[in-house]
Design a binder for this molecule. Structure first.
Ligand code: FPP
Length: 267
């Protein structure tokens, strides 16, 4: 496995935080995926407009990215905007687009300094032109970075991603580049938007909802799932530690048998 370069920071308050004692450094996930949910409810509880929850959610995301990077997690993939989110009130959609723009502009230098490689996954074509420009700039300027790979799912839908992968494979077959019988799981996975990452080992969903919501449908096949009642803007270092403790307590079987249960019995 590629050894990732850990984050550095010129800000003493953001110096590398070591892996907490409660966690086994050898069993950290290589890839963490997060459904950041509960921003609206967080705001409502405080009598604030829903969009203030999204604003607060950015701070939780920055904290999580920095900790994941410092603790040697290779990739972090977050669900920032789904293909279904366009159906929200126009004001909220516009706020989110402006928020993405402002955050990208404000944080790009720090992402570069901290060796984060940022990618945007999804159909970016309907996004505002200014946002598309900033995404291109951020992607290009961080593409050679050796630290954590930060995937931001934007206008992303898992089913759409699968349909597009099938279309690409079909076209290659029609062009004579590929035999249909040779399409296997590796060939399929290579056409997905996450082709350069290992599949997530752990998916966290905040705010207590128990759904996958069209997120990484192929890639989450064997992921461990951690559901927390914590609303996304309240997700902090302690919540991440709890999720990782939960993950490290699981025995991953990938459809096989655990070592102890496959022992030989005499008849
Ligand atoms: C779900 O909460 C959250 C979202 C749809 C948006 C998440 C976006 C961010 C945290 C900002 C990320 C910023 C960048 C630059 C990547 P919800 O609104 O569905 O909450 P609710 O279920 O309580 O209504």
């Amino acid at each position: 496995m590629v050894k990732r370069q850990l984050a550095i920071s010129s800000d003493p308050a953001k110096l590398i935080s070591p892996i907490p004692m409660q966690l086994d450094p050898v069993r950290m996930p290589d890839h963490l995926a997060i459904i950041m949910d509960g921003n609206g409810r967080w705001a409502k509880k405080r009598g604030l407009p829903r969009v203030m929850g999204h604003k607060a959610g950015v701070e939780a995301l920055k904290t999580t990215l920095r900790l994941a990077s410092n603790w040697g997690i290779g990739a972090l993939t977050v669900y920032a905007f789904s293909t279904e989110n366009w159906s929200r009130p126009g004001e909220e959609v516009n706020f989110l687009m402006s928020l993405f723009e402002n955050v990208l502009q404000r944080e790009l230098n720090l992402l570069k300094l901290e060796q984060v490689k940022i990618s945007f996954i999804g159909d970016l074509s309907p996004l505002p032109i200014r946002l598309k420009g900033l995404i291109k700039e951020a992607t290009e300027q961080t593409s050679a970075n050796k630290g954590i790979h930060f995937n931001v799912c934007t206008n992303y839908g898992g089913r759409r991603e699968l349909v597009l992968a099938a279309q690409k494979l079909a076209k290659r077959c029609i062009n004579g580049e590929l035999e249909p019988d040779l399409i296997d799981e590796n060939a399929f996975a290579a056409e997905l938007l996450t082709a350069n990452d290992v599949d997530p080992d752990l998916v966290i969903r905040t705010s207590g909802e128990r759904r996958i919501s069209n997120f990484l449908l192929w890639q989450l096949a064997y992921a461990e799932i951690h559901i927390t009642e914590t609303l996304w803007p309240d997700f902090n270092e302690n919540a991440l530690i709890q999720a990782l403790i939960d993950y490290q307590s699981r025995r991953r079987r990938f459809g096989g048998l655990e070592a102890e249960s496959s022992k030989h019995y005499e008849i």
